[in-house]
Design a protein around this ligand. Structure first.
Ligand SMILES: Nc1ncnc2c1ncn2[C@@H]1O[C@H](COP(=O)(O)OP(=O)(O)OP(=O)(O)O)[C@@H](O)[C@H]1O
Ligand SMILES: [Mg+2]
Length: 329
């Protein structure tokens, strides 16, 4: 944050100095030759237009660079975390080629951004140079006719640089802000995501264990995973749910845990509507052994304690015994 504040105050100071320089030079230029000053001001709308035009392009390519970078990162991360599988199936080359493609995309987006940036700054300089040329051309005639002196021209050009300099600086500051705006936009997209209200709702101190689904449908994005599922499980009952890959078994359990909201129908737990129960009280009373086991980089003891940090030593040992961990731990 410190660095960011410094960055903004640095820019603010430069912008203020730029504005002061601009006004100061403008007054002197008008005093030296008002006609020439008006001619040199003609290029300011052009500068403004070019900045507007390039802002859009820079925003687009910056977004592309960020998105391609995120995709490439994810691919590399995935390949590294699955490195054993990659090796077992001798898929190193295939995997490398695949990642190479994503990195190529990322590189292309970066080149595009660099080219757009360079072109924009060249265009800004070109417009500035065109202004200088206009002034030279017009004052040249005046000098030949004798109505403007060479000395005045040199003074005029000097102050003109002080007028164009800050204008170009402001335009390029505007352009260099665009990638930051896009980054900020991406961060705020994340910040705007709704937070799960874990502690509002009915707090259940004990669960009987009655679970009822009434016409529950659920879709991930637009892909339906469960369609009108209804059943009732009584307390103490043991139920096995089987079905082919991707038929929605895990989704069903995730809905009970409140990890997703049902799209249609309702889930009742001990007769309460699942959405009315406080999520933390619900999750504290449900145990789950997932098919994708995940262990934290910590001791077995602490991994066992994870679901209930206040459990006693005897309880941890009991769990270790029940799960067969005790044999090797
Ligand atoms: N996070 C997710 N985002 C998008 N789609 C998902 C997500 N999780 C699961 N799906 C899709 O929802 C459907 C149901 O998936 P689910 O994991 O519930 O099936 P499953 O019966 O548990 O499968 P498996 O036997 O492989 O464990 C599948 O088509 C799956 O591709
Ligand atoms: Mg599953």
């Amino acid at each position: 944050m410190e660095g960011l504040n410094f960055f903004f105050s640095d820019i603010m100071v430069r912008v203020l100095i730029g504005i002061f320089e601009f006004i100061f030079s403008l007054v002197i230029l008008f005093h030296l030759n008002w006609k020439l000053t008006l001619i040199s001001l003609c290029i300011l709308p052009l500068l403004f237009l070019a900045t507007r035009l390039y802002s859009k392009g820079i925003r687009r390519v910056s977004r592309e660079v960020m998105e391609k970078g995120a995709v490439a990162n994810r691919q590399v991360q995935e390949a590294l975390s699955g490195v054993d599988v990659v090796k077992v199936f001798s898929a190193e080359e295939r995997e490398t080629a695949r990642i190479h493609n994503f990195l190529e995309d990322y590189k292309r987006a970066n080149i595009k951004r660099t080219v757009t940036f360079s072109l924009s700054s060249e265009l800004l300089s070109l417009i500035g140079a065109a202004g200088g040329f206009l002034v030279l051309w017009y004052s040249g005639w005046d000098i030949i006719r004798g109505s403007f002196t060479l000395g005045s021209y040199i003074a005029f050009s000097g102050y003109l640089a002080k007028l164009y300099g800050p204008t170009q600086m402001l335009a390029s500051v505007g352009l260099s802000f665009q990638p930051a705006f896009i980054a900020l936009q991406r961060v705020s997209e994340l910040m705007d995501l709704e937070r799960e209200a874990k502690d509002s709702g009915i707090k259940l101190s004990k669960l009987q264990g009655e679970i009822e689904f009434r016409g529950v449908s659920f879709s991930y994005d637009s892909k339906p995973a469960l369609r009108e599922v209804s059943f009732k499980i009584n307390p103490g009952e043991k139920v096995l749910i089987s079905g082919p890959n991707g038929s929605g078994k895990s989704t069903l359990v995730k809905l009970i845990l409140g990890l997703y909201r049902v799209s249609e129908g309702e889930i009742l737990i001990d007769g309460y509507r699942a959405q009315d129960i406080s999520l933390s009280s619900l999750r504290e009373r449900i145990s789950i052994v997932s098919q994708n086991t995940f262990l934290f980089n910590d001791t077995i003891w602490n991994n066992i304690l994870y679901s209930r940090p206040e459990a006693s030593a005897e309880e941890v040992e009991e769990v270790a015994k029940l799960s067969g961990v005790e044999e090797f731990a």
